[in-house]
Write a protein that binds this ligand. Structure first.
Ligand SMILES: NC(=O)c1ccc[n+]([C@@H]2O[C@H](COP(=O)([O-])OP(=O)(O)OC[C@H]3O[C@@H](n4cnc5c(N)ncnc54)[C@H](O)[C@@H]3O)[C@@H](O)[C@H]2O)c1
Length: 324
């Protein structure tokens, strides 16, 4: 297939491109490099440096590439920032997606994969979270993803395209082959924060709360290795193409690790202690979040293979060492 990957120079997108190319698909990356890196681009893929809001350029490039499918990863993704600067998220995530969907309709691209998020669910009312869990985003970022999913739902209902909404849990780790190691810019997620502290980029880090109703008192999250995410994109794309149906699916490991488990495992893997301390809880953090990953297994034959604690931390450590 000829796959047009918007946001393909980013952290997850670069891993997706590598997997698509390895499976024999043709790839064109379209990215404004606002957070992505030119060094993440693969020599075998094409690249267009442009913004998703540039509808004229989008249409020209989709036509020139004769795209069969679009994978849309371009977005602003910091949940906290989305609450203080919602207009930025409405513009980049909602408006940008509408522009891209419109361009796909004009250019006859009938397959669309969206990077969605577990943030569409909001605070869990039951665990594990399966795809029938109510959607009630607790932050504006999650709302933007749900709005895009719903718009795609209507496009499908109107016979315009088929789509897959891939609801990622916490993406983590780096390329299991060690080839892709462009570090995320200004990361806010736990693993990069742990690793930045472990290698001395940050002087110290805080664990937010140790009085949650979990085994060790710290929050539990579902971390999905980025190489596992990448293989799920390929399978989902091939599935919606073959089945001519839509797909809304969780991408998680189905297993949670606590913050303290992560910190202690990191100390073991890097081979020394680092400066971390327990601080107060952060507002709005649910105690536990983890996916039911059964639907992805049943429909796509996909399951997490690299999302164990060791692989998550070792591949992250290796990427940081390469960049020091
Ligand atoms: N990282 C996670 O844990 C996580 C979890 C759930 C969902 N997601 C979603 O996955 C997607 C990719 O996330 P990531 O972690 O790789 O982030 P990232 O910031 O590394 O990647 C986003 C890419 O999109 C590009 N981009 C952003 N706005 C653009 C625009 N207006 N025009 C063109 N290109 C633009 C950036 O330059 C970057 O290359 C995002 O949609 C994000 O919301 C990420």
């Amino acid at each position: 297939m000829r796959v047009f990957v918007v946001g393909g120079a980013g952290y997850i997108g670069s891993h997706v491109c590598k997997t698509l190319l390895a499976a024999g698909h043709d790839v064109m990356v379209y990215d404004n490099l606002s957070t992505g890196l030119a060094t993440n681009l693969r020599p075998e893929s094409g690249f267009v440096l442009a913004d998703v809001h540039d509808g004229v350029r989008l249409r020209a490039e989709l036509d020139a590439f004769r795209a069969d499918a679009v994978i849309h990863l371009a977005a602003s993704k910091a949940a906290g920032e989305s609450m203080t600067d919602p207009a930025k998220y409405a513009w980049n995530n909602i408006s940008g997606s509408v522009e891209l969907i419109d361009a796909c309709l004009d250019c006859g691209v009938g397959l669309f994969l969206l990077s969605s998020s577990a943030a569409v669910y909001g605070d869990p009312v039951r665990l594990p979270i399966d795809e029938t869990h109510p959607t009630n985003p607790a932050n504006f970022y999650g709302f933007t993803k749900l709005e895009i999913e719903r718009t795609l739902g209507w496009m499908s209902r109107l016979g315009k395209m088929h789509f897959a909404a891939l609801r990622y849990f916490n993406a983590a780790g780096y390329d299991v082959d060690g080839e892709l190691c462009g570090l995320e810019r200004n990361p806010a997620n736990l693993l990069p924060v742990i690793m930045e502290t472990a290698v001395g980029i940050r002087p110290s880090m805080t664990v937010f709360g140790n009085d949650y109703p979990t085994a060790d008192g710290t929050c539990v999250r579902d971390y999905i290795h980025v190489s596992d995410l990448a293989s799920a994109h390929r399978l989902a794309l091939e599935w919606i193409d073959a089945e001519k149906k839509d797909l809304t699916v969780n991408l998680g490991s189905g297993h949670g690790y606590s913050v303290l488990e992560m910190v202690k495992a990191a100390e073991r893997i890097v081979g020394h202690g680092f400066d971390w301390s327990i601080g107060p809880r952060r507002e709005g953090d649910p105690s536990e979040l983890y996916a039911c990953a059964a639907k992805a297994k049943e429909l796509l034959g996909w399951e997490a293979r690299h999302s164990d604690l060791e692989t998550l931390l070792k591949t992250t450590h290796a990427a940081y060492l390469k960049n020091l």
